[in-house]
Each structure stands twice: as C-alpha cells, then as structure tokens.
Design a protein around this ligand. Structure first.
Ligand SMILES: [Ca+2]
Ligand SMILES: [Ca+2]
Length: 92
C-alpha cells in the first residue's frame, strides 16, 4: 500500500518536472537571457541594458511595442526574435 502510493507520487513528480522542463525550454528560446539583460532587476530591459549586452538600438525600438523606452519580457522576446531574423518586414 505504502509502496504503491509512493510510486504514484514519484510518477506525478516526474510528470510535473517534465512539464516544467519543457516549459522552461520554450521560455528560454522565446526570451533568451532576459534576466541577464535586466541588470537592475526591475522587470524591464532599458536601452542601456540592452545595448550593454550588444543589442542593437534598431532591435530595441522594434521590440518596444508601447514605446515607453523599456522592454517588457514580452517585448524583449520580440526584439531578440527580430534581431535574429534578418528578414525585415511585417511577419503577419
Ligand atoms: Ca532593467
Ligand atoms: Ca515597452
């Protein structure tokens, strides 16, 4: 009885870990190193932080959808994706 419930628990944990790892892998590809760019940890990447890591101002402007001069994690992902994609133009 005890053995059985332990095994089920382990299985559940493995499943959770697997799901978490997959999610982390997806997050890593969509927004690489956001935390590394966000030096002051205010949850947004400024142009200074972006260019300090070698980011191009063009990519920063392209990613800054709301034009507040800061990249949110979401905007950061777009800026990096745009920088990696040599094709300019509207992806839609
Ligand atoms: Ca910051
Ligand atoms: Ca912004």
């Amino acid at each position: 009885m005890k053995n059985h419930s332990t095994r089920v628990l382990r299985f559940a944990q493995a499943g959770l870990l697997g799901a978490f790892a997959a999610h982390a892998a997806i997050a890593a590809t969509t927004m690489p190193e956001f935390a590394q760019y966000d030096v002051n940890k205010d949850g947004a990447v400024s142009l200074e932080e972006f260019s300090a890591r070698g980011g191009k101002e063009d990519a920063f402007r392209a990613g800054d959808a709301n034009g507040d001069g800061m990249l949110s994690p979401d905007e950061f992902g777009k800026a990096v994706a745009g920088a990696k994609n040599p094709m300019k133009g509207d992806p839609k």
